[in-house]
Design a protein around this ligand. Structure first.
Ligand SMILES: Nc1nc2c(c(=O)[nH]1)N[C@H]1C(S)=C(S)[C@@H](COP(=O)(O)O)O[C@H]1N2
Ligand SMILES: [Mo]
Length: 161
């Protein structure tokens, strides 16, 4: 390799905007973002969400029976794909519940935006289509009221101030 090629290959990949989604939009990232794909917002369908650093978390939760196998993108990977830089974001649900989540949560923990549970998409009548899931069993200190409030289900949008 030439020195230039070596230098380039050691740089972090430069993010570029994702294409507009082809499938049903499950999540919109709105507000102050660098990489919109539809009318100033980042719209993501199921396939696109699953392409952003997907993780599996096997855990119990206060809202589900037994150990669930949850899958979805890392929350921080979605913020990176949007080019969001803020110290916190506002997560809103389809039923108008909303809460602020500090960036430090998703940097310190592998919080995912769960879109699959036990191998199948999470239904809206369940916790879906998108559920903010903290790794509770791995970090039992997360089982507190503050984090329960941030465990938004029926997520529709993340707003970046
Ligand atoms: N979509 C949605 N997510 C939500 C809520 C809600 O009302 N709607 N309530 C939050 C709050 S305040 C808490 S404490 C937990 C609900 O936990 P509980 O059912 O044990 O009270 O979910 C959080 N996520
Ligand atoms: Mo609550």
């Amino acid at each position: 390799m030439t020195t230039v090629a070596l230098l380039l290959s050691s740089l972090p990949a430069l993010a570029e905007p994702l294409p507009p989604p082809e499938g049903e939009v499950l999540l919109r990232v709105t507000g102050n973002i660098e990489y919109p794909n539809v009318d100033g917002e980042l719209h993501l369908d199921y396939e696109q969400l699953m392409s952003l650093s997907p993780r599996v978390i096997e855990t119990t939760t206060p809202w589900t029976e037994g150990v669930g196998r949850f899958e979805g993108p890392l929350f921080r990977a979605v913020l990176e794909a949007a080019g969001a830089e803020s110290e916190s974001v506002r997560v809103t649900s389809l039923n108008e519940y909303e809460v602020e989540i500090p960036r430090s949560d998703v940097q310190d923990y592998d919080v995912i935006l769960a879109i699959k549970r036990d191998g199948a998409p999470i239904a809206v009548r369940d916790l879906g289509p998108v559920f903010v899931l903290y790794p509770f069993d791995e970090h039992p200190q997360l089982l507190n009221e503050t984090i329960r409030h941030r465990s938004v289900w029926h997520v529709g949008a993340i707003d970046v101030p």
